[in-house]
Design a protein around this ligand. Structure first.
Ligand code: ADP
Ligand code: MG
Length: 458
C-alpha cells in the first residue's frame, strides 16, 4: 500500500487550533504527537485516555474540519495512548468508511458496525453508582438483562454532564457483547437530520427499515425534538412498531417529559409510558468516588487531599469534574511534577473561579422567579408580605443558596438588604414545603432550569 504523508497538513491543523485556542489553553490540552498517516487517517498519540477523551470531546470536530479543508477529503484522526510505558491502544475517532485500510493496528475487527457508535469506555463497570443515580443505574441494568420486557421505553432524564449518555451507552455496550441484538445509538439531532435527508432524497423506505427493524434503539437528547413536528410524527410510528415487536427503546432528555414544549401529545404519552428515571448531581462522597475511579483507570496517582479539593469545589456535574482532573494531569505531565495539593490549588484557581463566575447572578434568579409569578423584581426585593409575594421571595433565596456560591449575607443584601438569618429562615421554610408538597420540588427544578438557560444565553 502506498505511503501517505499528512504530517504537514497535520502541522497546519495544529497551528490553526493553537491560534484559535490561545497558547495557554493549547499548551495544557494538546500534548499530542504525530505518528503516521494512511490514506484515510492520521494516527497521533496522547499520554492518557482521559486526554484522548477530552480532545475528542472538545476539539475533534474542529481538527477534522480543518483537515478536511486542507486536504479536500475526509481524514479521521486515530488516537493512540502512549503513556511512555507498555499500554498501547488505538481507537478510531469515527466510523471508518473502509474498514480494510483503516483498521487500527493491534485491534480486533469489530463484529458489528453499530458497535462503533458507542464509546467503549461508557460501560457499567466504569459507572459509579451513588445515591444520586442508583435508581437510574439499576433500571438500566435491569433493561440490559431483559431488553424489551423490563421497562419499555426506559427514559433517563437530568441536567447536562450528569451521565445520561454514559448510562444509555452502557446498555448498548452490554448488549453488544452479550447478545446478537442489532443496536442503534443515535442522538435526536442526527435522527432528525437523517430523516430530513431521507425525505429530500426520496429514501424514506430505507430510513423506515433501518429504524423499525432494529432490536435496540437508543435515542439521546430527545429534548431536541421540541418543535420538530415532522420528525416527531415519524418517531411516533417507529416507536409503535418497535414497541409492538417488544424491541427495547431507551431515551434520554435534559428535563422531565412533562416540561417539554411543542411535543406531540401522542409521542409524549409514549415517552412517559415505560419507566422515567432521573439523575441528580452527585454528592461529595460520590464525586470523590468518581474521581478515584477515573484516576485508577488512568494509572496515575493523586493524593486524597487533592481529590477532596476538586470534589469540594466542583459540584455542578461530572463533566466539569473530569475537566478539572484532566487539567491537573496535563499540567503534571507537561512539567513533569507530581500533583500535590499546592499545585492543584494553584492550577485550578481559575477553573474554580470560572465555575463561580458562571454562576447566575442573583438578579437573574429574581428576574425569572418574578416573571413566573407575574411579579416584578422590586416586588421580590420589597417589603410587602402578602402570600403571593412571600413565597416567591423565599424561593428566590432558596434557589440562590442552591445554585450560587454566594453566602447567606450576600444573598440577603441583594434581595432587598435583608439579614442573613432571614435567608436561612426562608430556606428552611422552602425545604419544609418541599417535604410536604410534592409539587414544590418540580416547580423549583423548573425555575432552576430556566435560570440556567437564561444565563447560558446572556
Ligand atoms: P450527559 O449525557 O448527562 O450530559 P455524560 O453521560 O456525557 O453526561 O457524562 C459526562 C461525563 O461524566 C462522561 O465522561 C461520563 O463518563 C462521566 N460520568 C457521568 N456519570 C458518571 C458516573 N456515575 N461514574 C463515572 N463517570 C461518570
Ligand atoms: Mg449526553
Amino acid at each position: 500500500m502506498a505511503e501517505w504523508d499528512y504530517e504537514q497538513i497535520w502541522k497546519e491543523t495544529i497551528d490553526y487550533v493553537r491560534e484559535e485556542l490561545g497558547e495557554q489553553e493549547f499548551s495544557l490540552g494538546f500534548n499530542i504527537n504525530y505518528i503516521r498517516s494512511t490514506e484515510h487517517e492520521i494516527v497521533i498519540s496522547v499520554p492518557t485516555s482521559l486526554q484522548r477523551d477530552m480532545l475528542k470531546k472538545r476539539y475533534l470536530g474542529t481538527m477534522e474540519n480543518k483537515l478536511k479543508t486542507l486536504s479536500d477529503k475526509k481524514l479521521s484522526i486515530v488516537f493512540e495512548i502512549d503513556s511512555g510505558q507498555n499500554n498501547k491502544e488505538a481507537v478510531p475517532s469515527s466510523v471508518p468508511e473502509n474498514t480494510k485500510t483503516t483498521q487500527a493496528p493491534g485491534r480486533p475487527a469489530k463484529k458489528k458496525e453499530n458497535y462503533l457508535y458507542l464509546r467503549e469506555n461508557y460501560t457499567f463497570d466504569k459507572y459509579v453508582i451513588g445515591e444520586n443515580n442508583n435508581f437510574a443505574a439499576n433500571a438500566a441494568i435491569a433493561v440490559s438483562r431483559n431488553p424489551g420486557n423490563a421497562y419499555n421505553p426506559l427514559l433517563i432524564y437530568g441536567g447536562v454532564g450528569l451521565g445520561k449518555t454514559h448510562l444509555m451507552q452502557a446498555i448498548g455496550n452490554y448488549l453488544s457483547t452479550n447478545s446478537d441484538s442489532k443496536i442503534i445509538y443515535i442522538t435526536a439531532e442526527s435522527f432528525t437530520n437523517e430523516f430530513i435527508q431521507a425525505l429530500q432524497e426520496n429514501k424514506m423506505p430505507a430510513f423506515k427499515n433501518k429504524y423499525r427493524y432494529t432490536d435496540i434503539l437508543l435515542i439521546d437528547d430527545v429534548h431536541f425534538l421540541q418543535n420538530k413536528l415532522g420528525t416527531q410524527e415519524e418517531l411516533f410510528h417507529t416507536f409503535n412498531s418497535l414497541y409492538n415487536a417488544k424491541k427495547q427503546m431507551v431515551l434520554t432528555c435534559d428535563r422531565p417529559i412533562s416540561e417539554l414544549k411543542n411535543l406531540n401529545d401522542r409521542l409524549r404519552t409514549r415517552f412517559e409510558m415505560g419507566l422515567n428515571v432521573d439523575l441528580q448531581p452527585p454528592n461529595y462522597e460520590t464525586r470523590c468516588a468518581i474521581l478515584k475511579k477515573k484516576i485508577e483507570a488512568n494509572n496515575i496517582s493523586i493524593p486524597d487531599e487533592v481529590i477532596a479539593l476538586v470534589s469540594k469545589n466542583v459540584s455542578s456535574n461530572i463533566r466539569d469534574l473530569e475537566a478539572a482532573l484532566i487539567k491537573l494531569i496535563a499540567y503534571s505531565e507537561l512539567v513533569g511534577k507530581p500533583i500535590t495539593l499546592e499545585i492543584a490549588q494553584q492550577q485550578l484557581k481559575d477553573v474554580f473561579a470560572s465555575f463561580r463566575q458562571s454562576n447566575m447572578s442573583i438578579d437573574t434568579i429574581l428576574r425569572i422567579v418574578a416573571e413566573q409569578h407575574n411579579l416584578t423584581i422590586n416586588d421580590l426585593k420589597g417589603r410587602k408580605r402578602t402570600q403571593n409575594i412571600v413565597i416567591p421571595r423565599q424561593v428566590s433565596m432558596y434557589i440562590a443558596r442552591q445554585i450560587t456560591e454566594y453566602s447567606t449575607t450576600e444573598i440577603g443584601q441583594s434581595i432587598g438588604g435583608r439579614d442573613h438569618t432571614t435567608v436561612m429562615h426562608s430556606c428552611n421554610m422552602i425545604e419544609e414545603r418541599i417535604r410536604s408538597d410534592p409539587h414544590m420540588d418540580p416547580k423549583i427544578q423548573n425555575l432552576i432550569r430556566q435560570i440556567k438557560e437564561y444565563s447560558a444565553k446572556s
